[in-house]
Design a protein around this ligand. Structure first.
Ligand SMILES: C[S@@+](CC[C@H](N)C(=O)[O-])C[C@H]1O[C@@H](n2cnc3c(N)ncnc32)[C@H](O)[C@@H]1O
Length: 402
Protein backbone atom coordinates (compact mmCIF):
# COMPACT_ATOMS: atom_id res chain seq x y z
CA UNK A 1 0.00 0.00 0.00
CA UNK A 2 1.04 3.63 -0.49
CA UNK A 3 1.17 5.82 2.60
CA UNK A 4 1.91 9.46 3.30
CA UNK A 5 4.32 10.11 6.18
CA UNK A 6 2.78 12.73 8.42
CA UNK A 7 5.26 12.80 11.29
CA UNK A 8 8.20 11.06 12.94
CA UNK A 9 8.14 9.20 16.28
CA UNK A 10 10.66 9.21 19.12
CA UNK A 11 12.33 6.11 17.67
CA UNK A 12 13.01 7.93 14.41
CA UNK A 13 10.29 6.04 12.51
CA UNK A 14 7.98 7.70 10.01
CA UNK A 15 4.30 7.81 11.02
CA UNK A 16 1.34 7.25 8.70
CA UNK A 17 -2.36 6.58 9.28
CA UNK A 18 -4.20 3.51 7.91
CA UNK A 19 -7.94 3.25 8.68
CA UNK A 20 -7.50 5.14 11.95
CA UNK A 21 -4.50 3.05 13.02
CA UNK A 22 -0.98 4.46 13.24
CA UNK A 23 1.63 2.75 11.08
CA UNK A 24 5.31 3.01 12.09
CA UNK A 25 7.72 2.84 9.16
CA UNK A 26 11.50 2.74 9.44
CA UNK A 27 13.52 4.93 7.09
CA UNK A 28 10.65 7.08 5.89
CA UNK A 29 10.76 10.87 6.21
CA UNK A 30 8.00 13.45 6.84
CA UNK A 31 6.07 14.51 3.71
CA UNK A 32 7.15 11.43 1.75
CA UNK A 33 4.79 9.01 0.03
CA UNK A 34 6.14 5.48 0.38
CA UNK A 35 5.14 2.05 -0.83
CA UNK A 36 4.97 -0.08 2.32
CA UNK A 37 4.89 -3.77 3.20
CA UNK A 38 3.09 -4.28 6.54
CA UNK A 39 5.38 -6.38 8.77
CA UNK A 40 3.27 -6.41 11.95
CA UNK A 41 -0.44 -5.85 12.57
CA UNK A 42 -1.21 -5.18 16.23
CA UNK A 43 -4.51 -4.17 17.82
CA UNK A 44 -3.73 -0.49 17.92
CA UNK A 45 -0.90 -0.01 15.44
CA UNK A 46 0.87 -1.40 12.37
CA UNK A 47 4.54 -1.67 11.50
CA UNK A 48 5.80 -1.44 7.95
CA UNK A 49 8.89 -1.58 5.78
CA UNK A 50 9.58 0.76 2.86
CA UNK A 51 9.54 -1.04 -0.49
CA UNK A 52 9.81 2.06 -2.61
CA UNK A 53 9.79 5.84 -2.18
CA UNK A 54 7.09 7.23 -4.47
CA UNK A 55 7.48 10.90 -3.48
CA UNK A 56 10.84 11.80 -1.97
CA UNK A 57 11.42 14.39 0.75
CA UNK A 58 13.80 17.13 -0.41
CA UNK A 59 15.88 16.14 2.62
CA UNK A 60 16.37 12.53 1.43
CA UNK A 61 19.81 11.49 0.23
CA UNK A 62 21.40 8.15 -0.50
CA UNK A 63 22.83 6.31 2.47
CA UNK A 64 26.54 6.15 3.23
CA UNK A 65 26.08 2.53 4.37
CA UNK A 66 26.09 -0.57 2.14
CA UNK A 67 23.77 -2.33 4.62
CA UNK A 68 21.21 0.46 5.03
CA UNK A 69 18.33 -1.72 3.82
CA UNK A 70 18.81 -4.48 6.39
CA UNK A 71 20.49 -2.64 9.27
CA UNK A 72 18.26 -0.61 11.54
CA UNK A 73 21.20 0.79 13.52
CA UNK A 74 21.14 4.13 11.72
CA UNK A 75 17.60 5.42 11.26
CA UNK A 76 18.75 8.72 9.76
CA UNK A 77 21.35 7.56 7.22
CA UNK A 78 18.84 8.49 4.51
CA UNK A 79 18.95 12.22 5.18
CA UNK A 80 21.46 15.02 5.55
CA UNK A 81 23.07 15.42 8.95
CA UNK A 82 21.54 18.80 9.88
CA UNK A 83 18.05 17.54 9.12
CA UNK A 84 18.63 14.44 11.27
CA UNK A 85 19.46 16.73 14.20
CA UNK A 86 16.29 18.76 13.56
CA UNK A 87 14.15 15.57 13.48
CA UNK A 88 15.68 14.32 16.72
CA UNK A 89 15.09 17.69 18.43
CA UNK A 90 11.46 17.72 17.31
CA UNK A 91 10.90 14.11 18.44
CA UNK A 92 12.15 14.88 21.97
CA UNK A 93 10.29 18.18 22.28
CA UNK A 94 7.04 16.44 21.22
CA UNK A 95 7.63 13.48 23.49
CA UNK A 96 7.93 15.70 26.57
CA UNK A 97 5.07 17.96 25.48
CA UNK A 98 2.85 14.88 25.29
CA UNK A 99 3.22 14.72 29.11
CA UNK A 100 2.73 18.48 29.51
CA UNK A 101 6.44 19.09 29.99
CA UNK A 102 7.42 21.98 27.69
CA UNK A 103 11.17 22.15 27.04
CA UNK A 104 12.38 25.70 26.58
CA UNK A 105 14.87 26.17 23.71
CA UNK A 106 15.77 22.47 23.54
CA UNK A 107 18.71 22.06 21.15
CA UNK A 108 21.02 19.19 20.26
CA UNK A 109 24.76 19.86 20.10
CA UNK A 110 25.96 18.36 16.77
CA UNK A 111 28.82 15.91 16.46
CA UNK A 112 32.06 17.14 14.86
CA UNK A 113 32.61 14.11 12.63
CA UNK A 114 29.40 12.24 12.18
CA UNK A 115 31.00 9.14 10.69
CA UNK A 116 33.85 7.10 12.21
CA UNK A 117 33.17 8.26 15.77
CA UNK A 118 32.20 5.03 17.62
CA UNK A 119 34.99 3.50 19.70
CA UNK A 120 33.15 0.25 20.41
CA UNK A 121 31.14 -2.16 18.30
CA UNK A 122 29.56 -5.54 19.18
CA UNK A 123 28.93 -8.11 16.46
CA UNK A 124 27.65 -11.65 16.04
CA UNK A 125 29.79 -14.37 14.53
CA UNK A 126 28.16 -17.07 12.44
CA UNK A 127 29.91 -19.61 10.17
CA UNK A 128 33.17 -17.67 10.51
CA UNK A 129 31.49 -14.49 9.33
CA UNK A 130 30.96 -11.21 11.17
CA UNK A 131 27.65 -9.45 11.18
CA UNK A 132 24.45 -8.85 13.07
CA UNK A 133 20.85 -9.97 13.18
CA UNK A 134 18.39 -7.76 11.33
CA UNK A 135 16.23 -6.06 13.98
CA UNK A 136 13.55 -8.32 15.52
CA UNK A 137 14.61 -11.28 13.34
CA UNK A 138 17.17 -14.09 13.28
CA UNK A 139 18.22 -13.11 9.80
CA UNK A 140 22.03 -12.81 9.87
CA UNK A 141 23.57 -10.04 7.79
CA UNK A 142 27.30 -10.26 7.11
CA UNK A 143 29.16 -6.96 7.24
CA UNK A 144 32.59 -5.86 6.10
CA UNK A 145 32.42 -2.44 7.75
CA UNK A 146 30.33 -0.12 9.90
CA UNK A 147 30.71 3.49 8.72
CA UNK A 148 29.97 5.03 12.12
CA UNK A 149 32.76 3.01 13.82
CA UNK A 150 36.32 4.29 14.04
CA UNK A 151 38.53 3.48 11.07
CA UNK A 152 40.86 1.29 13.17
CA UNK A 153 37.83 -0.85 14.16
CA UNK A 154 36.83 -1.24 10.52
CA UNK A 155 40.37 -2.34 9.68
CA UNK A 156 40.07 -5.12 12.28
CA UNK A 157 36.69 -6.16 10.86
CA UNK A 158 38.34 -6.36 7.46
CA UNK A 159 41.02 -8.70 8.86
CA UNK A 160 38.61 -11.01 10.69
CA UNK A 161 40.06 -13.96 8.73
CA UNK A 162 43.22 -13.58 10.92
CA UNK A 163 41.36 -14.57 14.09
CA UNK A 164 38.02 -15.91 12.85
CA UNK A 165 36.03 -18.38 14.93
CA UNK A 166 32.92 -20.29 13.99
CA UNK A 167 30.27 -18.73 16.18
CA UNK A 168 29.74 -16.45 19.16
CA UNK A 169 30.14 -12.74 19.82
CA UNK A 170 32.89 -10.24 19.20
CA UNK A 171 33.25 -6.80 20.74
CA UNK A 172 35.96 -4.51 19.40
CA UNK A 173 36.99 -1.53 21.55
CA UNK A 174 39.44 1.16 20.50
CA UNK A 175 40.97 4.13 22.29
CA UNK A 176 41.93 7.50 20.84
CA UNK A 177 45.40 6.14 20.13
CA UNK A 178 43.83 3.45 17.89
CA UNK A 179 44.82 0.72 20.35
CA UNK A 180 42.43 -2.21 20.20
CA UNK A 181 40.97 -4.68 22.70
CA UNK A 182 39.18 -7.74 21.31
CA UNK A 183 36.54 -9.33 23.52
CA UNK A 184 35.49 -12.76 22.29
CA UNK A 185 32.74 -15.00 23.63
CA UNK A 186 32.71 -18.36 21.94
CA UNK A 187 32.74 -22.11 22.62
CA UNK A 188 34.74 -22.68 19.46
CA UNK A 189 38.49 -22.81 18.89
CA UNK A 190 39.99 -19.38 18.26
CA UNK A 191 43.35 -19.47 16.49
CA UNK A 192 45.09 -16.18 16.02
CA UNK A 193 47.47 -15.47 13.15
CA UNK A 194 50.56 -13.42 14.09
CA UNK A 195 49.85 -11.16 11.11
CA UNK A 196 47.02 -9.65 13.18
CA UNK A 197 49.53 -7.95 15.48
CA UNK A 198 51.54 -6.58 12.54
CA UNK A 199 48.55 -4.78 11.07
CA UNK A 200 46.75 -3.57 14.21
CA UNK A 201 47.70 -2.13 17.61
CA UNK A 202 46.13 -5.00 19.57
CA UNK A 203 46.78 -4.41 23.28
CA UNK A 204 44.55 -7.13 24.68
CA UNK A 205 42.46 -10.15 23.76
CA UNK A 206 39.88 -11.49 26.20
CA UNK A 207 38.31 -14.88 25.50
CA UNK A 208 35.30 -15.83 27.65
CA UNK A 209 36.40 -13.38 30.35
CA UNK A 210 39.99 -14.68 30.44
CA UNK A 211 42.90 -12.59 29.19
CA UNK A 212 44.65 -14.59 26.45
CA UNK A 213 46.85 -11.83 25.08
CA UNK A 214 48.63 -8.97 26.87
CA UNK A 215 46.33 -6.67 28.90
CA UNK A 216 42.70 -6.40 29.95
CA UNK A 217 42.65 -2.59 29.75
CA UNK A 218 43.93 0.46 27.91
CA UNK A 219 44.24 4.15 28.71
CA UNK A 220 42.20 7.05 27.34
CA UNK A 221 43.00 10.75 27.51
CA UNK A 222 39.93 12.99 27.75
CA UNK A 223 39.11 16.34 29.36
CA UNK A 224 42.84 16.77 30.05
CA UNK A 225 42.67 13.69 32.31
CA UNK A 226 44.01 10.16 31.97
CA UNK A 227 41.60 7.25 32.40
CA UNK A 228 42.38 3.56 32.76
CA UNK A 229 39.53 1.59 31.14
CA UNK A 230 39.11 -2.16 31.64
CA UNK A 231 37.65 -4.29 28.87
CA UNK A 232 34.34 -4.68 30.72
CA UNK A 233 34.06 -1.15 32.10
CA UNK A 234 31.75 1.38 30.45
CA UNK A 235 33.44 4.24 28.64
CA UNK A 236 31.85 7.06 26.63
CA UNK A 237 31.80 5.98 22.97
CA UNK A 238 32.25 9.41 21.38
CA UNK A 239 35.27 11.54 22.30
CA UNK A 240 34.12 14.90 20.96
CA UNK A 241 30.61 14.79 22.41
CA UNK A 242 31.59 13.31 25.77
CA UNK A 243 34.14 16.12 26.21
CA UNK A 244 31.44 18.68 25.34
CA UNK A 245 29.14 17.21 28.01
CA UNK A 246 31.95 17.20 30.58
CA UNK A 247 32.78 20.85 29.94
CA UNK A 248 29.09 21.91 30.06
CA UNK A 249 28.74 19.93 33.28
CA UNK A 250 31.74 21.63 34.87
CA UNK A 251 30.09 25.03 34.32
CA UNK A 252 27.23 23.88 36.56
CA UNK A 253 29.51 22.89 39.48
CA UNK A 254 30.42 25.24 42.36
CA UNK A 255 33.46 25.10 44.59
CA UNK A 256 31.43 24.30 47.72
CA UNK A 257 29.57 21.40 46.13
CA UNK A 258 29.50 17.98 47.73
CA UNK A 259 28.41 15.72 44.88
CA UNK A 260 27.07 12.19 44.66
CA UNK A 261 27.86 10.63 41.26
CA UNK A 262 25.54 7.65 40.74
CA UNK A 263 26.49 5.07 38.07
CA UNK A 264 29.98 6.58 37.86
CA UNK A 265 31.79 4.01 35.69
CA UNK A 266 35.57 4.60 35.72
CA UNK A 267 35.00 8.06 37.20
CA UNK A 268 34.61 9.87 33.88
CA UNK A 269 32.50 12.73 35.29
CA UNK A 270 33.48 12.31 38.98
CA UNK A 271 37.11 13.21 38.34
CA UNK A 272 36.24 16.20 36.17
CA UNK A 273 33.78 17.53 38.79
CA UNK A 274 36.29 16.95 41.60
CA UNK A 275 38.61 19.48 39.92
CA UNK A 276 36.13 22.19 40.93
CA UNK A 277 33.93 20.78 43.75
CA UNK A 278 34.71 20.28 47.43
CA UNK A 279 34.06 16.52 47.39
CA UNK A 280 32.71 13.84 45.03
CA UNK A 281 31.56 10.30 45.84
CA UNK A 282 30.88 7.85 43.02
CA UNK A 283 28.93 4.58 43.09
CA UNK A 284 29.30 1.87 40.46
CA UNK A 285 28.40 -1.84 40.27
CA UNK A 286 31.15 -3.21 37.98
CA UNK A 287 34.18 -4.14 40.08
CA UNK A 288 36.78 -3.49 37.38
CA UNK A 289 35.26 -0.07 36.72
CA UNK A 290 35.55 0.89 40.41
CA UNK A 291 39.15 -0.38 40.52
CA UNK A 292 39.85 1.70 37.39
CA UNK A 293 38.18 4.73 39.01
CA UNK A 294 40.40 4.40 42.10
CA UNK A 295 43.45 4.08 39.83
CA UNK A 296 42.29 7.12 37.83
CA UNK A 297 42.06 9.19 41.00
CA UNK A 298 45.70 8.27 41.69
CA UNK A 299 46.87 8.80 38.08
CA UNK A 300 45.43 12.31 38.05
CA UNK A 301 46.46 13.20 41.64
CA UNK A 302 42.89 14.03 42.65
CA UNK A 303 42.29 13.64 46.39
CA UNK A 304 38.74 14.88 47.00
CA UNK A 305 36.98 11.97 45.28
CA UNK A 306 36.09 8.45 46.37
CA UNK A 307 34.39 5.46 44.81
CA UNK A 308 32.12 2.80 46.26
CA UNK A 309 31.45 -0.61 44.74
CA UNK A 310 27.87 -1.81 44.68
CA UNK A 311 24.41 -1.27 43.30
CA UNK A 312 23.25 2.33 43.58
CA UNK A 313 19.95 1.21 45.09
CA UNK A 314 21.74 -0.74 47.85
CA UNK A 315 24.36 1.88 48.69
CA UNK A 316 22.62 5.25 48.56
CA UNK A 317 20.99 5.17 51.97
CA UNK A 318 24.22 4.18 53.71
CA UNK A 319 26.20 7.34 52.91
CA UNK A 320 26.28 9.90 55.73
CA UNK A 321 27.30 13.03 53.74
CA UNK A 322 24.84 15.83 53.00
CA UNK A 323 24.98 16.40 49.26
CA UNK A 324 24.41 19.69 47.41
CA UNK A 325 24.16 18.00 44.00
CA UNK A 326 23.59 14.51 42.66
CA UNK A 327 24.60 13.44 39.17
CA UNK A 328 22.80 10.41 37.76
CA UNK A 329 23.93 8.76 34.52
CA UNK A 330 22.06 5.42 34.54
CA UNK A 331 21.92 2.72 31.86
CA UNK A 332 19.08 2.83 29.30
CA UNK A 333 16.47 1.51 31.73
CA UNK A 334 16.81 4.61 33.90
CA UNK A 335 16.42 4.93 37.67
CA UNK A 336 14.86 2.24 39.82
CA UNK A 337 12.14 2.81 42.43
CA UNK A 338 14.52 2.91 45.43
CA UNK A 339 16.69 5.56 43.78
CA UNK A 340 13.67 7.71 42.91
CA UNK A 341 12.46 7.38 46.51
CA UNK A 342 15.90 8.39 47.80
CA UNK A 343 15.93 11.49 45.58
CA UNK A 344 12.43 12.50 46.70
CA UNK A 345 13.15 11.92 50.41
CA UNK A 346 16.63 13.41 50.60
CA UNK A 347 15.61 16.60 48.81
CA UNK A 348 19.07 17.25 47.37
CA UNK A 349 18.94 20.82 45.97
CA UNK A 350 20.06 19.91 42.42
CA UNK A 351 19.80 16.74 40.33
CA UNK A 352 21.86 16.61 37.14
CA UNK A 353 20.41 13.83 35.00
CA UNK A 354 22.53 12.58 32.08
CA UNK A 355 20.61 10.07 30.00
CA UNK A 356 21.04 8.01 26.85
CA UNK A 357 17.33 7.23 26.73
CA UNK A 358 14.89 10.17 26.61
CA UNK A 359 11.95 7.78 27.28
CA UNK A 360 13.18 6.67 30.71
CA UNK A 361 14.43 10.20 31.38
CA UNK A 362 10.88 11.49 30.86
CA UNK A 363 9.41 8.66 32.94
CA UNK A 364 11.76 9.48 35.85
CA UNK A 365 11.16 13.23 35.58
CA UNK A 366 7.42 12.55 35.82
CA UNK A 367 8.08 10.73 39.10
CA UNK A 368 10.33 13.50 40.44
CA UNK A 369 8.28 16.50 39.30
CA UNK A 370 6.20 16.84 42.49
CA UNK A 371 9.40 18.05 44.18
CA UNK A 372 11.70 19.02 41.30
CA UNK A 373 11.38 21.32 38.28
CA UNK A 374 13.43 21.32 35.08
CA UNK A 375 15.71 24.37 34.88
CA UNK A 376 17.98 23.22 32.01
CA UNK A 377 17.73 20.77 29.13
CA UNK A 378 20.15 20.06 26.32
CA UNK A 379 20.73 17.22 23.84
CA UNK A 380 24.02 15.92 22.47
CA UNK A 381 24.41 13.99 19.23
CA UNK A 382 26.54 11.25 20.77
CA UNK A 383 25.15 8.61 18.37
CA UNK A 384 24.94 10.41 15.01
CA UNK A 385 22.55 9.08 12.36
CA UNK A 386 20.99 6.65 14.87
CA UNK A 387 17.71 7.35 16.66
CA UNK A 388 19.56 7.74 19.99
CA UNK A 389 20.19 11.06 21.74
CA UNK A 390 22.19 11.80 24.89
CA UNK A 391 20.61 14.45 27.13
CA UNK A 392 21.61 16.51 30.13
CA UNK A 393 18.74 17.86 32.23
CA UNK A 394 19.09 19.82 35.45
CA UNK A 395 16.31 19.61 38.04
CA UNK A 396 16.00 22.01 40.94
CA UNK A 397 14.20 21.32 44.22
CA UNK A 398 10.97 23.36 44.15
CA UNK A 399 10.90 26.32 46.56
CA UNK A 400 9.14 25.54 49.79
CA UNK A 401 9.47 21.72 49.39
CA UNK A 402 9.35 20.13 52.82
C1 LIG B 1 25.67 5.07 31.13
S1 LIG B 1 26.96 4.37 32.07
C2 LIG B 1 27.65 5.82 32.81
C3 LIG B 1 29.04 5.70 33.38
C4 LIG B 1 29.75 6.98 33.73
N1 LIG B 1 28.90 7.99 34.25
C5 LIG B 1 30.54 7.49 32.54
O1 LIG B 1 30.18 8.55 32.02
O2 LIG B 1 31.50 6.85 32.12
C6 LIG B 1 26.09 3.58 33.35
C7 LIG B 1 26.97 2.89 34.38
O3 LIG B 1 26.11 2.37 35.41
C8 LIG B 1 26.63 1.12 35.84
N2 LIG B 1 25.48 0.45 36.50
C9 LIG B 1 24.44 -0.20 35.92
N3 LIG B 1 23.54 -0.56 36.84
C10 LIG B 1 24.01 -0.14 38.05
C11 LIG B 1 23.52 -0.20 39.37
N4 LIG B 1 22.35 -0.77 39.66
N5 LIG B 1 24.25 0.35 40.36
C12 LIG B 1 25.45 0.94 40.08
N6 LIG B 1 25.95 1.04 38.84
C13 LIG B 1 25.25 0.51 37.83
C14 LIG B 1 27.18 0.49 34.59
O4 LIG B 1 28.12 -0.48 34.90
C15 LIG B 1 27.79 1.71 33.88
O5 LIG B 1 29.12 1.90 34.28
Amino acid sequence: MELEIIDIDDLGRGLAKVDGKVCFINKALPNEIVKVKVTADNKTYLEGKVLDVVKKSKERKSSFCPYFKECDGCSFDITNYQYSIYLKEQAIIKMFLHDDIPLKNFKIVPNNENLGFRNKISLKVMDNKLGYYEENTHHFVEIKKCPIAKECINKVINDFNLFAFKSGNLTIRANDNNEIILIINSNDKVSIDKELFKHHKIVGIILNDQVIYQDSFFYERRNGLLYKVSYNAFFQINKFISEKIASDLLEKIDKDDVILDLYCGVGYFSLKMALKAKEVIGIEVVKNAVLDALKNKELNHIENVNFLLGKVEDKINKIPQKFTKVLVDPPRNGLDKKTIKFLLNKKIPTIIYISCNPKTLKRDINKLKEKYEIIYSKGYDMFSYTKHVECMFILKLRCGTI
